[in-house]
Design a protein around this ligand. Structure first.
Ligand code: PAF
Length: 282
């Protein structure tokens, strides 16, 4: 496994792979890898000849009062995981290598980035798309693998690839959960013991909401109220948003008459967790 810090050197290896006709899968990450990331690497291994994992904590996607400086970093462990899972190249650019100057040009996101995480994290998706576009241009993957936990990110990047004619396929990968249902996230390491226990209310509530849908409930307001009440049974849970949106356009829906994404963001102290379910049987 190659561990490379420089763009030029990485491109040389990729050129060589391309000359040999090998397909390339990319798993873009911010490090602190968990089972969720490893499932992306595994899928990439199954679908591509070579797998690149990028590790870069992207300052462009953090707001001024967010956790950029304390975002968990565990490089040695990450490299060991990547090695164990058979990744071929780890691209770890420094800040100076990937963002040498202040950007004057960004990838701007319209409409799809306005609600859900976009409204509580202004500029977040502009930062994500700008860095992901750079990674796509540098690493030229045939396929890139993204987790469904970040459902809005996945929808926006899929649309960016279509709208800006990137020559690659985006592969969605299912949410990986702890045994008690908590969606895996690098930020779970921030949770104190009582917060970690209480955080399971998110996935439990979403599963209960699914049952309401299965039993025929189609009123968004009723399902959102149910979710609100259920999550609030844990006093330390501080709800950021609970939304039901059209799965394709991410626009709000009053009546559930098409496939939907039910997405929530909940704070436990300063730790903001997101989770979601989709429901397509309408
Ligand atoms: O999902 C993430 O870890 C990040 O948003 C990504 C896609 C690596 C871009 O920085």
């Amino acid at each position: 496994m190659e561990v490379i810090l420089k763009i030029k050197e990485t491109k040389k290896i990729i050129d060589e792979w391309k000359k040999q006709g090998l397909s390339i899968g990319l798993v873009p990450t911010m490090g602190c890898l968990h089972q969720g990331h490893l499932s992306l690497i595994e899928k990439a291994k199954n679908e591509c000849d070579k797998v690149i994992v990028s590790i870069f904590v992207n300052p462009l996607q953090f707001g001024p009062n967010e956790d950029f400086s304390r975002y968990p970093r565990s490089l040695e462990k990450d490299l060991e995981c990547c090695r164990n899972f058979g990744a071929d190249l780890i691209f770890i650019p420094s800040l100076k290598e990937l963002l040498p100057d202040e950007n004057l040009v960004y990838v701007e996101v319209d409409l799809l980035g306005d609600n859900l995480c976009g409204s509580s994290r202004p500029g977040h998706f502009k930062g994500v798309c700008t860095i992901v576009a750079k990674l796509f241009n540098i690493l030229t993957p045939d396929k890139a693998f993204f987790g469904e936990k970040d459902a809005q990110q996945l929808a926006i990047i899929t649309r960016m690839v279509k709208d800006l004619n990137f020559n690659l396929e985006i592969i969605p990968c299912p949410i990986i959960r702890e045994a008690d249902g908590l969606a895996m996230s690098s930020r779970n390491v921030y949770l104190k013991k009582d917060e970690r226990l209480a955080a399971t209310i998110i996935s439990k509530s979403l599963q209960e909401a699914r049952k309401l849908l299965e039993n025929g409930e189609r009123d968004s307001l009723k399902i959102k109220s149910f979710l609100r009440e259920s999550i609030k049974t844990k006093q330390i849970a501080d709800i950021d948003y609970i939304e039901i949106v059209d799965l394709a356009t991410l626009q709000f829906l009053d009546i559930i008459d098409r496939p939907v994404l039910i997405a929530v963001a909940v704070y436990f102290s300063k730790t903001r967790l997101i989770d979601n379910i989709t429901y397509k049987e309408v």
